[in-house]
Design a protein around this ligand. Structure first.
Ligand code: ADP
Ligand code: MG
Length: 689
């Protein structure tokens, strides 16, 4: 229905709505209430308190305008009482003038909002109010709308209300059922929208505010269904191209494996088998390898590369930081050499001449394993025959970046690795288009890292570190900043390294690494640490990801309260990489908040990455974890990943079933249209997730 046919909507208002993306009366119903207000509750007025969010019912005793010195306009003040006491209500601005007329003595009124103590008088300022003509009728919870297109909540409520009234029965006809019903309590779309905007008294306030009603579930399912459908369409787009055929004698694989110097765990073997199955037939591999820090993902990726290389293709390994790329290179290059193939490093910090040479070798196909940062996806990098792309620590890359790598060739196999063991619900959302492999066990002999929280007492923390280094270990000391800052009173890496070179650790050799130093200098320090020439390494979180020095047995994280849970877990993973006992000292400053304490305590209690990720999800909420890096998904308005796991699974199944039946959605043009509308360009990401 045309917007202008709605009561109270003229061309101007219609234009404003259109600018905000609302084209029709039906679409107005997509503005959901922010929350619902209680209208049943009967809070006695004498139990109100400062800052309380409450709903009361009472009778108007008086109402008047209070005049102030010009030019300040008058404001209105109303007194409302019940059997227990009285409360003041004030209205300012345009609303003040009509107030005394509306709030006539003796009228019953419901007030809802936050009460504040103003000059010691408890006062509702601009509360939601409703006159109760029939006081005894039970009142259903009242939706409160967000600000929209510059309209206030009440105005939005009016617009939505008009749409509901005037659409009436036609609502049901206009809104077709597109999504397949997942369960018996499946509501019609129109009825669901009606309930969400005009809940009846059978629904409790709690259920409504938690989004836990059949009507909400109907809408949430719809959202999840189209999200999963898009992910799977994208995925199947990839599958439409046949994968590069990898067929080998296994000679290279044996050579790679022999160069490792250890035997694979059963879990590593199983994952390799999955990968090899992907490589030898069917569509291109599109797999996520998840495993906690230190679970041995790099080794798996390296061995997976062997078959691809033996088949005459190149393999690209993309790391999120320069430091990590260099480390991968330093670890893998000798292994490659032992197996008789050429590895190549490509980073943004290389000299131009160096880089040109590297690019040459990549385009001629001479370099078989190319390791680099995201500079690998820059347009100038051309591969002779890219057979597989491996993306390390995938959570640090946006979806778009993965896509770009993927586009480098027609359809190279793709293996992404992540040490952030995201909960399953999140994995399905982000990677609904990837197959999932899990490394659950750690390499043999690994012990859990003992973790201690020390609040305030730095010397005690240093003593603990010292003990471990004296016993033959090496230590990481991590600080949140490189230099001291004027705004934040925090210890920083640079000054602390200077201090430790003189006291506490002077006898062990102290090095410093951080993101701002040149890569030559940083490599030199890392090498000294790796070789044991220095045994205490002070740094920033550049050491967070993937740094692998098995002799490191203790890590101290200063100002631990400032780090996020998964970041702390990553940092802790820098130690415990050999069979020696390892220690993580979380050094917190004097005053830590509840949330920070909960994070640190979680870390002390468990070493299980998945449990930590779930706790993280609980503390931070999924929006934060998805972060701004994860582009490429439609925004989720209604679904909550922490809450709607079951719905997510049934939405995924429904999406899959539909695509199995009708891969091109040829028989479902309307679904195809809605899908396109919701995903826009994002369905054309070169086929990658
Ligand atoms: P991730 O990338 O999953 O954090 P890595 O692949 O870096 O883990 O492995 C961590 C450490 O464990 C490395 O030093 C690696 O050489 C070693 N490692 C990997 N797999 C095994 C294994 N099966 N047995 C012994 N050590 C292993
Ligand atoms: Mg790794």
């Amino acid at each position: 229905m045309e917007l202008t046919r709605l009561r109270g909507v003229g061309p101007k208002i219609a234009d404003r709505l259109r600018e905000a993306g609302i084209e029709s009366a039906e679409q107005l119903l997509a503005i959901f209430p922010r929350r619902y207000l209680d209208r049943a509750g009967n809070v006695p007025i004498d139990s109100l308190d400062h800052e309380m969010d409450a709903t009361v019912k009472g009778t108007v005793v008086s109402a008047k305008l209070v005049y102030r010195r010009r030019p300040a306009p008058p404001f209105a003040t109303v007194m409302v009482e019940d059997d227990t006491g009285a409360v003041r209500v004030t209205f300012f601005g345009a609303q003040a003038k009509g107030t005394p007329h509306a709030f006539r003595h003796g009228r019953k009124v419901l007030l809802s909002g936050v009460v504040r103590s103003v000059n010691k008088v408890l006062t509702f300022q601009h509360p939601h109010f409703e006159f109760l003509d029939d006081e005894d009728a039970p009142l259903a919870p009242l939706p409160v709308y967000p600000l929209f297109a510059g309209f206030g909540p009440k105005r939005v409520a009016g617009l939505v209300g008009a749409a509901l009234d005037q659409l009436g029965h036609r609502l049901m006809d206009a809104l077709e059922e597109l999504t397949p019903p997942p369960s018996d309590d499946w509501m019609a779309l129109g009825a669901a929208l009606q309930t969400i905007h005009q809940p009846d008294t059978s629904l409790t306030l709690e259920a409504l505010n938690a989004g836990d009603t059949p009507a909400h579930r109907r809408m949430i399912f719809d959202e999840l269904f189209f999200m999963q459908l898009g992910l799977h369409v994208r995925r199947r787009g990839v599958e439409a191209v046949p994968g590069l055929p990898i067929s080998v004698t296994g000679k290279m694989r044996d050579a790679f494996e022999a160069s490792l110097g250890f035997a694979l765990t059963k879990g590593q073997r199983a994952v390799l088998d999955e990968i090899r199955r992907d490589l030898t037939g069917g569509p291109p591999m599109h797999r996520l390898l998840q495993g906690d820090v230190g679970s041995g993902k790099t080794a798996v990726a390296f061995l997976a590369a062997a078959d691809v290389i033996e088949s005459g293709y190149q393999v690209a390994l993309m790391a999120p930081t320069e430091l990590l790329a260099v480390q991968h290179y330093q670890r893998l290059a000798p292994l490659c050499e032992a197996a008789g193939i050429k590895a190549m490093l490509l980073t943004g910090q290389m000299s131009a001449a160096h880089r040109r040479r590297a690019l040459d070798r990549i385009v001629t196909g001479n370099a078989k394993l190319v390791i680099g940062t995201h500079s690998l996806i820059s347009d100038k990098v051309e591969f002779a025959r890219l057979g597989m792309a491996i993306v390390d620590e995938q959570h640090r890359f946006g979806v778009g970046q993965r896509a770009a790598l993927r586009r480098k060739e027609d359809a190279p196999h793709l293996l992404v690795m992540s040490a952030t063991p995201i909960p399953r619900s999140l994995a399905m959302t982000l990677y609904g288009d990837l197959d999932l492999s899990l490394l659950t066990e750690r390499p043999p002999g690994r012990r859990t890292v003992e973790t201690r929280l020390i609040v305030g007492n730095e010397d005690a923390a240093y003593r603990l570190v010292r003990e471990r280094v004296e016993a033959g270990g090496r230590a990481f000391l991590v600080y949140p900043l490189v230099e001291e800052s004027e705004e934040l009173d925090l210890d920083a890496a640079e000054p602390m390294a200077e201090k430790f070179a003189k006291e506490h650790f002077a006898d062990f050799g102290v090095g410093l690494v951080h993101g701002r130093m040149g890569s030559d200098e940083r490599d030199r320090v890392m090498d000294e640490f790796r070789r044991g020439e220095i045994r205490v390494l002070v740094g920033t979180t550049v050491v967070e990801v993937g740094v692998d020095v098995p002799e490191a047995t203790v890590i101290l994280i200063a100002h631990a309260e400032r780090f996020g849970l998964s970041q702390l877990h990553q940092l802790r993973g820098r130690v415990g990489r050999s069979d020696a006992a390892a220690l993580c000292v979380l050094l917190a400053s004097g005053e830590i908040g509840d949330k920070a304490y909960r994070r640190l305590d979680t870390l002390v209690r468990t070493d299980d990455g998945l449990q930590i990720a779930e706790e993280d999800l609980a503390i931070r909420g999924p929006g934060d974890i998805l972060g701004r890096r994860q582009h490429g998904l439609p925004a989720m308005r209604w679904a909550s990943l922490a809450r709607d796991m079951a719905l997510l699974e049934s939405a995924r199944d429904a999406a899959r079933r539909l695509l199995d039946e009708d891969p091109a959605l040829a028989a479902h043009p309307k679904i195809a249209r809605v899908l396109k509308h919701r995903w826009g360009d994002r369905l054309d990401l070169g086929g990658s997730g």
